[in-house]
Design a protein around this ligand. Structure first.
Ligand code: NAD
Length: 281
């Protein structure tokens, strides 16, 4: 789709990190952006930054895991005069090996990764339908949705549960793309590698009471730096232009860390090797 001037975009999780970078980039294209976040002060800060740069934005509170809260957000989005772009970037990240993850951790991750995307899309689909020139949805997976990465490649974090949920987002996004294409709605799955954001802190701060409540901030007294990951990290504002490009071209995947192509190919090759193994009696 063409990101025409003044069309409406909603960024859920736009107060920080990849959502913030995407909100800034969409506004720079002339879109009117509704920045929504559970941390409304950060959503307001993104809004203020867009306005300071000459763009058009509003901000709102939302809890993307809560249907009633999303209903309020869709009502707010009516002010945009039509939603043409929907971005979902909510997620959580802690050390979460599969062998020690309990029911509570699984439920938390399922809720924040998969079900928040499902609920956000379900809430906004009626507003995305019926636009001449189409509309577009971006859901956020990760290179961990395309690869199974050892802790040595993820800054020492065990990403078993995270990886399982990011793979779920890939399946969800690809199937959604197929289902809504006839309605003129594009879908892209955003798969970044490592990006400098506040994910560790926001994960800890916003863990709901039903999953055990807030955790101590793992980043307290530390700042994230690009050298924490051996393969390097992007700054969050660098992600936005990739998202804009992916929406314009209606790409199934938005890939920010193209240098990881060899790892994706190697994984595909392992799959092909297994197919070849079973193809030979
Ligand atoms: N940072 C990375 O290296 C990286 C890499 C690949 C994928 N991702 C994914 O990108 C997405 C965004 O993460 P980020 O790194 O930008 O982190 P971030 O913490 O900087 O941004 C996430 C935002 O979501 C908000 N949020 C959390 N729970 C919410 C809820 N229930 N409702 C509404 N908003 C909520 C947070 O307040 C925060 O503003 C996540 O899905 C993450 O898994 C991150």
């Amino acid at each position: 789709m063409d990101l025409l001037d003044r069309l409406g975009a909603v960024v859920v999780g736009g107060g920080s990190g990849i959502g913030r970078g995407t909100a800034l980039a969409l506004a720079a294209e002339g879109m009117r952006v509704l920045v929504a976040d559970i941390d409304v002060e950060t959503a307001e800060a993104t809004r203020d930054e867009i306005i300071r740069r000459g763009g058009d934005a509003t901000a709102a509170y939302v809890d993307a895991t809560d249907e009633a809260s999303l209903a309020k957000l869709t009502a707010r989005a009516e002010d945009l005069g039509g939603v043409r772009v929907l971005i979902h970037t909510v997620g959580v990240h802690t050390n979460a090996p599969l062998t020690t993850a309990d029911e509570n951790l699984w439920a938390w991750f399922i809720e924040f990764h998969l079900m928040s995307a499902v609920r956000v899309v379900r809430a906004f689909l009626p507003l995305l339908r019926g636009h001449d020139g189409g509309s577009h949805i971006v859901v956020t997976s990760s290179m961990s949705g395309l690869l199974a990465l050892p802790a040595a490649e993820t800054g020492g974090t065990d990403t078993g549960v995270y990886t399982a949920l990011k793979h779920a987002i890939v399946g969800y996004g690809e199937m959604l793309r197929m289902e809504v294409a006839p309605e003129g709605i594009g879908v892209s799955v955003l798969c970044p590698g490592a990006v400098v954001t506040n994910l560790g802190s926001t994960t800890a701060r916003h863990r709901p009471a039903r999953f055990g409540g807030p955790l101590p901030d793992p980043m307290a007294g530390r700042t994230m730096s690009p050298d924490m990951i051996p393969s390097g990290m992007l700054q969050h504002e660098a992600v936005g232009p990739y998202v804009v490009r992916g929406i314009r071209a209606n790409r199934a995947y938005i890939i920010t860390h193209t240098e990881m192509a060899d790892q994706v190919l190697a994984r595909q090759q392992r799959l092909l090797d297994d197919i070849a193994f079973f193809a030979t009696p």
